[in-house]
Structure formats: structure tokens, C-alpha cells
Write a protein that binds this ligand. Structure first.
Ligand SMILES: [Cu+2]
Length: 118
């Protein structure tokens, strides 16, 4: 029982310190950058590479697309780039976002495994 309590305390300490860290970190990010999650259509790891490459424009510090959830986490500097502009780049690479649809030409250029439209 003593051991369990010790482990619990240790875990709690780690969680609390991690939380404090992320709060200070978020506070810092609030000043310079904005974090946004955007649904982006795609299928596989190849899509992931393509989407992230397209999203990494000037002013974007992080672009990470989740293959399972199809959600792109975008961290960017709003004074340097607009979310819409990043989404346009992604659409131009062949992947739909809620606001911008990929043109037929860009979509048709995708490899077979990446064709997400049914
Ligand atoms: Cu793909």
C-alpha cells in the first residue's frame, strides 16, 4: 500500500510539473504563434509527407498531420501567414480542407493509394 502511494505521488508530481511547463509554454506561444487544427483529407503516410510539406511555408513553425484522425495541427505566426493561405497550399497539393477543395488536376495527380475521394 505504501508503495502504491509512493508511485501515485511520483506520477502526480510528474503530471503537475508537465502541466506547469506546458502552461508557461502555451503562454509564450500565445504571444507569437497560433495553434490551429484543420481537418485535411488524405489516406496514408505519403499523404502525410505531402500535406506537411505543403503546409510548411514561411511563418509556419509546425505542421503535423495525423493519419488516423486526418487532423492537421498547425502552429504559425499570424503576422507572417494566414491559415487560409496555408490551406490553399494544401489544396493545391491535392488535399481537401474544409475551406478549400483540391482542383481536379491536383487531385488526379495523386498516386492511387492517396485518392481519398470515393
Ligand atoms: Cu497517400
Amino acid at each position: 500500500m505504501k508503495k502504491i502511494k509512493f508511485i501515485f505521488t511520483a506520477v502526480l508530481a510528474v503530471v503537475l510539473s508537465a502541466n506547469t511547463f506546458s502552461q508557461t509554454h502555451d503562454h509564450f506561444k500565445m504571444i507569437a504563434t497560433k495553434t490551429e487544427t484543420i481537418k485535411v483529407s488524405g489516406n496514408c503516410e505519403m499523404c502525410k509527407a505531402r500535406i506537411e510539406k505543403a503546409a510548411k511555408v514561411e511563418g509556419v513553425s509546425k505542421a503535423e498531420w495525423n493519419v488516423k484522425t486526418k487532423v492537421l495541427t498547425l502552429v504559425y505566426n499570424p503576422s507572417k501567414v494566414k491559415s487560409d493561405d496555408v490551406q490553399k497550399k494544401i489544396a493545391a497539393a491535392g488535399h481537401d480542407t474544409p475551406k478549400f477543395k483540391a482542383g481536379d488536376k491536383a487531385y488526379n495527380a495523386l498516386p492511387g493509394c492517396c485518392k481519398y475521394r470515393k
